[in-house]
Design a binder for this molecule. Sequence first.
Ligand SMILES: NC(=O)c1ccc[n+]([C@@H]2O[C@H](COP(=O)([O-])OP(=O)(O)OC[C@H]3O[C@@H](n4cnc5c(N)ncnc54)[C@H](OP(=O)(O)O)[C@@H]3O)[C@@H](O)[C@H]2O)c1
Length: 262
Amino acid sequence: MLMRFQDQIVAVTGGSTGIGYSAAEAFIAEGASRVYVTGRTAGTLNEAANKLGNRAVPVIADVGTAAGRQSLKAAIEANGDRLDVLFANAGIAEFNKFEETDEAFFDRTFDINVKGVYFTVQSLLPVLKDGGAVVLTGSVVSNKGMADLSVYNASKAAVRSFARSLANDLKARKIRVNTLSPGVTRTPIMAKGLNSTLPPSPASRRKSRSMRRPVVSPSRARSPKPPCSWHRARPATSTASNSRWTAASRRSEPERSPEAPP
Ligand SMILES: NC(=O)c1ccc[n+]([C@@H]2O[C@H](COP(=O)([O-])OP(=O)(O)OC[C@H]3O[C@@H](n4cnc5c(N)ncnc54)[C@H](OP(=O)(O)O)[C@@H]3O)[C@@H](O)[C@H]2O)c1
């Protein structure tokens, strides 16, 4: 049976953990013959590549720097590859109080999330096939104005805008450009400040249910426990109402609390 990415060559920036890792895993499962995965942290990246198997090629590359982006291009060229798919996914997310935000914070987020995405696509154009696909990771926050996330929100709005413009700029080469806009997804990014946006994990829901459980008489205690649905445990006003639980949350982090990333 022909698989969706049979014999295709793919690059996933930020492929060492979270959404990027799950995407790399899915590309391989769907037949990709080589998947380049990047990140800045050698240990995490090599661990990911070992788990992904011999079709994964780890490349330590900071997308926030020209040198990092060039090293990804060089690794692809060294294998004589040309990309069918580029998933420009690497990004950071940190809360910021507007009054306290300094330029260094602003620059760090924009260097990675905005410049990093834009110039990743530009620098890999020579190794991207005509008719290939580019996917950028945006976010549902890009048009939501979530509090204390102004810099991150704006960075993701820029990504969404890039996809629209680049789809036009690259149409002569028949390269498609799209944005993935995830909702809240349980990944290691949560440990870096986004955990208050996260709905409770299955483990913490169980814990809070057991703490809330009233003392009951022995006869009642023997009666079967009523079924409990995820919808009842879910906070009514959290961003979870917009969220879709992605493969990253379902496959890799099912029982982990947001305070305890891998
Ligand atoms: N989780 C969510 O709820 C959510 C929602 C919407 C959008 N997103 C977006 O989804 C993308 C992936 O995030 P995630 O949730 O999967 O978080 P994650 O697990 O922290 O993944 C981020 C990945 O990007 C890499 N990375 C970060 N900065 C980099 C840089 N300068 N150069 C190269 N790699 C870099 C990280 O590795 P190193 O740190 O080792 O470099 C890691 O591999 C991000 O763009 C994020 O903004 C996430």
